[in-house]
Structures are given as C-alpha cells and as structure tokens.
Design a binder for this molecule. Structure first.
Ligand SMILES: *Cc1c(COP(=O)(O)O)cnc(C)c1O
Length: 224
C-alpha cells in the first residue's frame, strides 16, 4: 500500500511541476469504493488524508468503521432522498447536478447548522449515460447555489469519458477549466477555484490542465 501511495504522490508531483504549479496545490482523493475499512486505514497510515466514495449508503458504515481523521468526499451521484444521510458524513460534495438536489442538500445542511462546500458536476463531453449538467446550464445552477444559505460553491467536477489514451480527453479537462475561469470571473468570485478532474487513467493530463483535486481508485488500491 505504502509503495503504491508513494508512486501516485510522485506522479502527481511530476505532473504539477510540468504544469508549473505547486504539488501541494493538488489534493489526492483516494476513491475507496469496494475497498474495506482495514485497507482504507492502511492507506491512511501511508499518508492518505482525503477519501472519496460514490454511493452514500455503502459509504456510511465504512465512514463509521474508519473513524475520525480523514476528510470524506462524495464523488458519485447524489439522490435527493440521501441528502440528509450525506450531509454531516461527507465534508465535500462533488456531484451537485440539479437545483432540486442543491435545495435538498441546502435544507439538510441548514437544519444541521452546517455549511457544505460543493462542486457542480459538468458533463463536458455530453455523454448520455453520464450525470452532470450541460456546460451551458452551469451559470444558472451556480447562481442558484450561490443563493443557498448553507452551500458554498467551490468549483467544478467532471468525469471524462473512458479512454485508452489520456491525450484524447485533454480537451475535456481544458474545457472544464475554461468554464471554471469564466464562472469565477462572471458569477462566483475567487472562492470558486477547485477543479475536481482526473482518475487513475488520466490524472496526469488533468493536472497539466489545472486539476486541483484528483480522484484515484485503481492506481492506489488495485483493480476492483
Ligand atoms: C470510481 C471513481 C473514481 C476513481 O476511478 P479509478 O479509475 O479507479 O481511479 C473517480 N471518480 C468517480 C466519480 C468514481 O466513481
């Protein structure tokens, strides 16, 4: 585990150098779906601090088993009726993709007296099988999220189409970055700075294109 972790951290650092940015500005999120609590703890012992899960119900017992320490990120689709379960267990939600879900999370967070940092998931490539809003709908949704009392919109997230060659998805990452820059300048302000993009197969290209958060499962934990 330690070796895999160090290899990924090293690859992140080299990609950050190529991009001319500080490696510390890229957060490694270890995606632990299908990984049991014991192995999650091993990864934490190696240094991993940020963990991601994509299904609320599977994550809740694991979050409890792992105990305090890590920062949990919800990276998968959130159903409205799971908003209450998610708030308070996840410190960051990466997958807001509708006003209805934003309102449900806002309500649950407000009742809990919390503020929740959220990212808007964008379906850059327009794949019909994917979650996420169309790029053209982002201005509107970010505006609504800014008006929510208990949500802090901090950036954008995308899942690039699967590809054998990460170069083919570089334009997807570039487009997400351009959209983030535009939203930051026109509606959301400087706090809207995060770009959650890049997975095991493409994270180096994502970092070269400005990723601030990479979500990595297989490269850390092996094939599912
Ligand atoms: C599973 C998952 C990841 C990690 O994928 P790997 O290819 O295993 O690195 C990242 N983001 C999301 C949304 C996921 O569901």
């Amino acid at each position: 585990m330690g070796e895999r972790y160090r290899a990924v951290v090293e690859r992140i650092a080299r990609a950050a150098e190529r991009a001319g940015c500080d490696p510390a500005s890229v957060t490694l999120i270890g995606v632990t779906k299908g990984v049991d609590a014991a192995r999650v703890r091993e990864a934490m012992a190696a240094g991993l601090r940020d963990l991601g899960e994509n299904r609320v119900q599977e994550a809740v017992p694991k979050i409890e088993a792992v105990g305090p320490g890590p920062r949990w990120h919800l990276v998968g689709h959130l159903q409205r009726n799971k908003a209450r379960l998610a708030v308070g267990r996840f410190q960051v939600i990466h997958s807001l993709d509708s006003l209805r879900i934003a309102e449900a999370v806002d309500r649950a967070a407000g009742e809990d007296g919390r503020r929740v940092p959220v990212l808007i998931e964008v379906n850059v490539a327009g794949e019909t099988t994917k979650y996420g809003i169309a790029p053209g709908a982002a201005v509107d949704l970010v505006g609504h999220v800014l008006a929510c009392r208990s949500l802090d919109p901090i950036g954008l997230m995308t899942v690039a189409p699967p590809s054998g060659d990460p170069e083919t998805v570089r334009p997807v990452f570039r487009e997400l970055r351009a959209l983030r820059d535009r939203l930051r300048a026109e509606v959301a302000g400087d706090a809207f700075c995060e770009l959650s993009m890049g997975m095991s197969g493409d994270f180096e290209v994502a970092i070269e294109e400005g990723a601030t958060m990479v979500r990595i499962g297989r490269a850390l934990f092996g094939d599912r």
